[in-house]
Design a protein around this ligand. Structure first.
Ligand SMILES: C[S@@+](CC[C@H](N)C(=O)[O-])C[C@H]1O[C@@H](n2cnc3c(N)ncnc32)[C@H](O)[C@@H]1O
Length: 226
């Protein structure tokens, strides 16, 4: 008999983002770690990718410090919603883009309480969210996509980036960070693979692109399946 899998525990992947951690987040994660551990530079790869698909009706999920939105000029009449489980992240990101009056939505992508209601968006970003979540890529990505896809307009795009697991063949620094973060539950990505991400996206979308830069998987998905 197969054992039913335990419910995915969301707490650890979000709890670490205190005000103090968020203050150093841009320098430590987006500056140092992305360059030297994950080999996927923020300024040359991730920020241009974020900007490329940002629409005037956007939902950012797993907002952290709000760096990407703060460094994107936005479109005329820009509407932005921020969704996160952690109030500190929502506050930090929200205050950085206060000029666009973002709507702040506190909810859990794994166990949503329906805080987004019936709202729909032309673009949804999830940068560095999946690797923070527990469970296999198949389990967690299915939960996240079941939560988010109903909020994407038919012509919309869902896109993001996530640090891959051991298959990425991490360098010395990456292996140390992976071991520490997975032990503490800050990451849950030890077994995350590019192929499993691609295959879950294919369950929800007719048009999917997944590629790798350094140790990071980037993805873009369009044409949600009915
Ligand atoms: C590593 S940060 C990513 C920040 C930003 N997107 C970036 O790429 O720099 C992960 C964010 O996801 C949020 N988060 C983690 N688990 C979550 C969950 N189950 N539901 C919603 N947000 C979650 C955390 O609170 C945190 O703000």
């Amino acid at each position: 008999m197969t054992k039913p899998s335990a419910p995915l525990d969301s707490e650890h992947g979000a709890a670490v983002y205190s005000d103090r951690v968020l203050k150093i987040y841009d320098r430590w994660v987006l500056g140092f770690s992305n360059n030297y551990a994950w080999k996927c530079p923020t300024d040359a790869v991730l920020l241009p990718f974020f900007r490329q698909h940002l629409s005037s009706n956007h939902l950012d999920v797993g907002v952290g410090s709000g760096y990407y939105l703060a460094h994107s000029s936005g479109q005329p009449g820009q509407k932005v919603a921020l969704l996160d489980l952690n109030d500190n992240s929502l506050r930090a990101a929200g205050s950085r883009i206060a000029h666009v009056q973002p709507s702040l939505v506190r909810d859990d992508v794994l166990h949503p309480a329906g805080a987004l209601g019936g709202r729909k968006f032309d673009s949804i970003s999830l940068f560095y969210l999946l690797h923070c979540l527990p469970g296999t890529m198949t389990e967690k990505a299915r939960k996240v996509l079941s939560t988010l896809v109903p909020h994407l307009t038919p012509g919309g795009v869902l896109y993001g980036a996530t640090i891959l697991g051991e298959e990425a063949n991490h360098n010395w620094l990456g292996r140390r960070l992976m071991a520490l973060y997975n032990r503490k539950g800050i990451f849950g990505n030890r077994h995350d693979t590019l192929a499993s991400l691609q295959s879950v996206l294919n369950e929800y979308f007719a048009k999917v692109a997944v590629w790798q830069v350094g140790k990071v998987a980037l993805f873009r998905a369009e044409m949600p399946l009915p």
